[in-house]
Design a protein around this ligand. Structure first.
Ligand code: C2E
Ligand code: MG
Ligand code: MG
Length: 593
């Protein structure tokens, strides 16, 4: 063999090996996880790989020679395919998401890339389509979306999704000029189920509540769980008339209330529950999502405080009250620093109408509202720790006054009664703070009388009794204010080291009108005598009341008949006038002056 012939043969052999190698590699590449389909220039399928067969469900005989059109899902319009082909013809490449149909009819999303294969003359000889099945990824994306927008326990929309829908509903309502409503639903005392029957049982109740709620509304309405035992129902598109909406929504709310109040049966347990429902209508106004939610929430709290198992519609009067309350609280925070608080003094007299002392009653000189009475602002102060600051200011001011009275012969024996809120009494340092104030002003403790109410009994009884003994040990007097209207357990009377019962003014004022009030007052006086307690009647306004009280041996009095609560200088003027009248002449003091 000639040398050149040998060289050619060797070269051909090398070429053949390279081609074979390339073919082997492309065979391996061809059988990847991605589906591959090769068509001729007329889009007839000529080859597919195993992944293609697995994804589509066909076997190769069924697809070879056919047009890929056979896998169309029918979900894309003609324009979609025209655009795809135009791009392929112009650029030789198309990629994107497409919905196709498997052999079993299932429609699935896939990510496809189609490439035109061209020969040396730039003519398309083949198309190669590579695609991956997106259904798994879409499913997990959907699952993640579900987790983000739905409550895992009840499968109801969560707060996030509810807010989205509510926003959309509000703009629909203003566009369509109609009304809808949201209902805030809170299970009454749900915590008790969890605490007594366990969280698993609580979960079953919540799932059942979700199902019952759904059964009360239309498919188009939204039932969502906002958290814990709080649900919300949104009823869209109810009517174009507000009154009509309100009436219809009222019926749905009642249906919900009644259905949620019917018994729950799980694990052999029968459980009765109830709900409080707050309703806020929307549409026809420019209210925001937040404001409307707040309204429904406020209405729900109204339903709760109305004794639960009830429905309340949001009412602007109620909202004004809440707003006024908030404004008052914020003003009250400044009141001490701005020296707007004052004490008024109301005379307390004995059976000869001789002044024994006074009750210190708080007044607030509001810069705009004028005089605000304690019945208005004390409950607000009691909702926060403000009452502690105010209570301390009262105690300090009262003791300062006692110290001043101690310097004068005529006033040195006066006692001063100070009202103590149950919340103030409950703080562990209360006794120490009283001792500190007494010491700071060098006050004789027996001149100070603390008026407690029966609500101190609601706190830890042992601690209450201990504290009262500690106060007695300081030498301070203790009175039970508003006696008779509180918790009516007389057994506490023998446990508490009280000095005085103060008959509530409502009974005193009923003495001459209402037989049972008269009987009650008489009973309280007897009770006090039996327990060796002093008794004082408050709210004495008329001579007839006074006569009755004296007749039944009540010996101390406070009320408008003797004097109203007065600013210090007026109180002192009244006091000196009475003392002068009593000591200066043979005149008999006429009450009511
Ligand atoms: P309270 O301790 O039972 O005070 C008696 C209330 O009855 C006072 O109202 C007094 O002005 C009023 N009153 C007295 N005599 C008569 C009468 O003959 N007829 C009528 N109709 N009313 C009479 P005020 O000053 O408005 O106080 C209301 C309540 O506010 C007090 O009831 C007390 O519970 C609370 N309070 C007042 N000052 C303080 C305080 O410094 N601290 C705390 N924690 N509460 C206070
Ligand atoms: Mg009082
Ligand atoms: Mg009272």
């Amino acid at each position: 063999m000639e040398f050149t012939a040998i060289t050619t043969m060797v070269n051909t052999m090398e070429f053949t090996t390279e081609v074979e190698e390339a073919l082997r590699i492309s065979e391996v590449v061809f059988e990847t996880n991605e589906a591959i389909m090769i068509t001729d220039a007329h889009a007839n399928i000529i080859r597919v790989n195993q992944a293609f067969l697995d994804t589509t469900g066909y076997n190769s005989i069924e697809v070879i020679g056919r047009n890929p059109r056979m896998m169309n899902s029918g979900r894309h319009d003609k324009a979609f395919y025209i655009e795809m082909w135009q791009q392929l013809l112009h650029t030789g490449l198309w990629s994107g998401e497409i919905l196709d149909k498997r052999k079993n009819g299932e429609i699935y999303p896939k990510l496809a890339k189609i490439t035109a294969v061209k020969n040396e003359q730039q003519q398309t000889t083949h198309y190669v389509a590579v695609f991956s099945d997106l259904s798994e990824r879409k499913r997990s994306e959907e699952e993640i979306r579900h987790l983000a927008f739905y409550d895992a326990l009840t499968n109801l929309p969560n707060r996030h999704l509810f807010l989205d829908r509510f926003r959309a509903a509000l703009s629909n309502a203003s566009r369509l000029n109609n009304f809808g409503a949201i209902l805030f639903i809170d299970l009454d005392r749900f915590k008790i189920i969890n605490d007594t029957l366990g969280h698993d049982y609580g979960d079953l109740v919540l799932i059942e509540v979700a199902a019952r709620l759904k059964s009360c509304v239309r498919e188009m309405d939204t039932v969502a769980r906002l958290g814990d035992d709080e649900f919300v129902v949104m009823i869209e598109n109810v009517s174009e008339n507000e009154d009509d909406t309100s009436r219809k929504v009222g019926l749905v709310a009642e249906k919900i209330r009644a259905l949620l109040a019917s018994p729950y049966h799980f694990n052999g347990n029968r459980y009765l529950s109830s709900t409080s429902i707050g309703v806020s209508l929307y549409g026809g106004n420019e209210k925001s999502v937040d404001v409307l939610l707040q309204h429904a929430d406020m209405a729900m709290y109204q339903a709760k405080s109305a004794g639960r198992n009830s429905i309340r519609f949001f009412d602007p009067v109620m909202q004004n009250k809440v707003a006024a309350h908030a404004a008052l609280e914020s003003d009250l925070r400044q009141a001490i620093a701005q020296q707007q608080l004052h004490l008024h003094y109301q005379l307390q007299v004995d059976s000869n109408h001789r002044p024994m002392g006074a009750e210190a009653l708080l007044r607030w000189d509001h810069p705009e509202r004028g005089l605000v009475l304690p019945d208005v602002f004390i409950p607000i102060a009691e909702e926060s720790t403000l009452i502690l600051e105010i209570g301390h200011w009262v105690m300090d001011t009262a003791c300062k006054q006692l110290a001043l009275w101690a310097e004068n012969n005529q006033t040195r024996n006066l006692t001063l009664a100070v009202n103590v809120s149950a919340k103030q009494f409950a703080i562990p340092s209360f006794v120490d703070s009283v001792a500190d104030v007494l010491k700071a002003h060098q006050v004789n403790p027996s001149r100070l009388k603390l008026e407690l109410t029966e609500s101190v009994m609601l706190e830890d009884m042992t601690a209450t009794v201990e504290k009262m003994h500690a106060l007695k040990a300081l030498g301070v007097g203790l009175a039970m204010d508003d006696f008779g209207i509180g918790y009516s357990s007389l057994s506490y009377l023998k446990q508490l080291p009280l000095d005085q019962l103060k008959i509530d003014q409502s009974f005193v004022q009923g003495i001459t009108k209402d037989g049972s009030d008269a009987m009650l007052v008489q009973t309280i006086i007897d009770l006090a005598a039996n327990f060796n307690l002093n008794v004082i009647a408050e709210g004495v306004e008329t001579q007839a009341q006074l006569t009755f009280l004296k007749h039944h041996e009540c010996m101390s009095f406070q009320g408008f008949l003797f004097g109203k609560a007065l600013p210090l200088n007026e109180f002192e003027r009244l006091f000196h006038r009475i003392v002068n009248e009593l000591t200066g002449a043979f005149r008999i003091l006429k009450p009511g002056i």
